[in-house]
Design a protein around this ligand. Structure first.
Ligand SMILES: Nc1ncnc2c1ncn2[C@@H]1O[C@H](COP(=O)(O)OP(=O)(O)OP(=O)(O)O)[C@@H](O)[C@H]1O
Ligand SMILES: [Mg+2]
Length: 410
């Protein structure tokens, strides 16, 4: 297989406080992209390699090297700020690298931040034509694709409205549809799909699968949705603080990423002045047995009439799975007031799919919330009810109540 993308020792330096000059509209990018298929070597000398020149200098990518072969679907994962979007912007020639070399063979269509790639004053239809022209397509080719693009985007009602009046979801819909239908050799998609609604996300993932499997196109795909990465990508690369931590088989890379979370089952706040919560903890034994026991120890300078704790559990996408607070429930909860105490929440069955979860905790007196700690604890849960114990397929959600199945056959 031909190597379509080859990146070596790529680094990107930002100066904090200085906004990069970027092409805001597609028209501004035309100058760059029109060179496709291109082969571009860039070497900038005379810059210190990652030396902390001064505090205003920040390396968003450090010495990144990898190759992508024709037909490969490369997933790129990593925490917020890891450098994923920066990498995609460089590959799409929207931003210049500071150091290093990239070679790309083939036409690139990319969907990066919401709205890039569109001229706001032009209608959706005109923008489709403009994008096609940039990718080197003829008017005739465009005419034959137009209906399909509009149809897939689902914005036909607004196709003659200027794009500046589109919602962000509508822009993403049209942007994806254009990028995926213009037969680029290389398709680059950033997280933006998450802006679209659930149904459209599913449709896009299906389309990408089609583009890669049936048309043999090369895709670079950034996502925080591990299930989407797992389904779609043949290879996966993990970025951390601008560096490549792992590349290779998708499941292996995902495990490395998930394993890099700091699991903390207990957090102390003893040295924080004025904090009422002294510590919070979940019982590790409980978690192992499919139970959930959360304990919050408080100590306040004043008498707390009605000490009450609330918590929310979030899945690895940051979506709340469920939360509880005795104020929401009819159940008996009649604590005695006091200055110190231990509050315990007990859940007999956690009913979650296997996965990684985080917890936020509140403490208050029933009228006011005194304290709120986001993502104070994190744990990995391996469901005793699950057959495989593999991390949860988030596409079906995180909640896993015991369902009784029956079948009758005729
Ligand atoms: N124009 C810029 N000027 C200065 N710093 C920037 C600029 N663009 C990005 N950065 C910084 O570079 C780092 C990497 O950002 P990037 O957007 O590539 O992260 P990411 O991996 O895409 O994160 P996310 O998952 O949140 O999308 C961040 O610390 C960010 O603040
Ligand atoms: Mg990003």
């Amino acid at each position: 297989m031909r190597t379509l993308i080859s990146v070596s020792s790529l680094s990107k330096r930002y100066r904090l406080g200085l906004k990069e000059k970027q092409a805001e509209t597609l028209a501004g990018q035309i100058g760059n992209i029109i060179k496709s298929p291109w082969q571009n070597l860039k070497r900038l000398r005379g810059l210190n390699r990652f030396g902390q020149e001064d505090e205003s200098v920040f390396w968003a990518l450090k010495d990144v090297s990898f190759e992508v072969k024709e037909g490969e679907v490369l997933g790129i994962i990593g925490k917020n700020g890891a450098g994923k979007s920066t990498l995609l912007k460089i590959l799409s020639q929207i931003t210049e690298p500071t150091l290093g070399k990239i070679e790309i063979h083939g036409r690139v269509a990319s969907l990066l931040e919401v709205g890039t790639g569109f001229h706001p004053e032009l209608s959706g239809r005109d923008n489709i034509y403009m994008n096609g022209t940039i990718l080197g397509m003829t008017r005739r080719e465009m005419d034959s694709k137009l209906d399909e693009i509009i149809d897939f985007s689902g914005v036909e009602k607004f196709i003659d409205t200027p794009v500046k009046f589109y919602s962000s979801g509508m822009k993403v819909r049209l942007g994806f549809s254009v990028a995926a239908h213009l037969d680029p050799e290389i398709l680059i998609i950033d997280e933006v799909l998450a802006v679209g609604d659930f149904e459209f996300q599913k449709k896009c993932l299906g389309k990408m699968e089609d583009v890669s499997k049936s048309q043999g196109r090369t895709i670079l795909f950034v996502s925080h949705q591990m299930e989407a990465i797992r389904n779609l990508c043949s290879k996966c690369m993990l970025l951390k603080d601008g560096q490549v931590i792992a590349t290779g088989e998708t499941n292996h890379t995902i495990s490395k990423y998930l394993g890099s979370y700091q699991f903390s089952l207990r957090k102390e706040f003893f040295d924080i002045p004025n904090a009422s919560i002294k510590w919070v903890a979940i019982d590790p034994k409980g978690i192992e047995n499919g139970e959930f026991i959360l304990e919050v120890c408080f100590e306040s300078s004043r008498h707390v009439q009605y000490p009450v704790v609330g918590f929310v559990i979030y899945n690895q996408l940051g979506a709340p799975v469920f939360g509880s607070n005795p104020r929401f429930h009819k159940e008996d909860y009649h604590p005695k007031g006091g200055k110190k105490g231990l509050i315990r929440a007990y859940l007999k069955e956690l009913s979650l799919h296997s996965g990684i979860y985080k917890i936020s905790v509140w403490f208050g007196d029933g009228l006011n919330d005194f304290e709120h700690h986001e993502d104070v604890l994190a744990f990995e849960y391996l469901s005793p009810n699950s057959y495989t114990q593999k991390p949860n397929p988030l596409i079906i959600g995180s909640f896993d109540p015991m369902v009784t199945w029956e079948a009758e056959t005729f």
